[in-house]
Design a protein around this ligand. Sequence first.
Ligand SMILES: Cc1ncc(COP(=O)(O)O)c(C=O)c1O
Length: 389
Amino acid sequence: MEFNKRIASVKPSLTLALTAKAKAMKAAGEDVCSFGAGEPDFDTPQHIKDAAVKALADGQTKYAPSPGLPALREAIAKKLEKENGMAYKPGQILVSDGAKHSLFNVIMTLCRDGDEVVIPAPFWLSYPEMVNMAGATPVVVQTEEAAGFKLTPEALEAAITPATRALILNSPSNPIGIVYTREELEALAVVLRRHEGVYVIADEIYEKILYDDAEHFSFGALAPDMMERVVTVNGFSKAYSMTGWRLGYFAADEKLVKAVNSLQSHSTSGAVTFAQYGALAALEGPQEVVADMVAAFAQRRRAIMDLIAAIPGVSAVTPMGAFYILPNISSTGLDSVEFAEKLLEEEKVAVVPGQPFGIDTHVRLSYACSMENIEKGLERMARFISKLS
Ligand SMILES: Cc1ncc(COP(=O)(O)O)c(C=O)c1O
């Protein structure tokens, strides 16, 4: 049977089969240590849940406007001004069903057939698929592990062609947890200023999950002269542990917001109405809840870094944000998929292969899990690797 070519070309998720296997093993009562989760393991803070429950009780059960509740768009504009130093009007903000949905809608709207989108690798695995679905071509730029896996101005300049439509920048990043410094972002902006038609899609979903002295800088705040071609994407999933609420947003030039709103209004319409009241409470309520979560992640990060460093032949770039670590397992002689499959079979430890993230020599471990899981899982992984050598 023939389907739409663009959709049929989307690669089935390599990690899905592995995740399903790990789940099935767990359900069968096996003692699996899982490092697969891309979400905080904390519950959504109570005041956020209360706000959504109250909205339901108050009858907020009808369609919301397609671009989002006016009060939420206003609160997001205030947040972007206060926390990120960017002056967006509420009309420049569009609320969607998660940051993933915002990214999809933006990429579908922005990209024309034949356009190219520069994506530094390792990347979040959905970016290239979204670009393909839009009929454009992902241009993957390999970054150097020795340079902390960061995109350099030289590599960016070399990747840009007359067909380049956008650069996707993710800081803090999934799957490595790198955080670009102010100077690094400014250096990239110097290159982008030379190429007027190129947009920057800044995925800032992990902005609040930072360690040690890392600071988050919004690309738009550092390059205000480029604001009409900066798209800032963010959401509620990671900072407020609201992954299941499916709420995210982007801020951009009003013309782009209007165009994306046309797509959204004919596909999904406005995001869930009562959930948006929860998001409003997240932005306007106490922010200590975020700090508490980050403090817990910081402890686990320290533990997992030390345990990985103690495994002979395995190393990892120090994550400065998000909740992932990406150890290099190339010394085992296995590629990332073989490594993940064998580790699950032999030691009942579930990790995510780096291959779909554009790095087949590494595996991703999420430390959004208990300390017990970290200690037990890393002990097993060390044993697995020692048996290989
Ligand atoms: C880099 C990155 N961007 C966006 C998202 C999507 O987040 P949301 O839950 O808001 O759709 C994720 C989720 O894993 C992510 O890792």
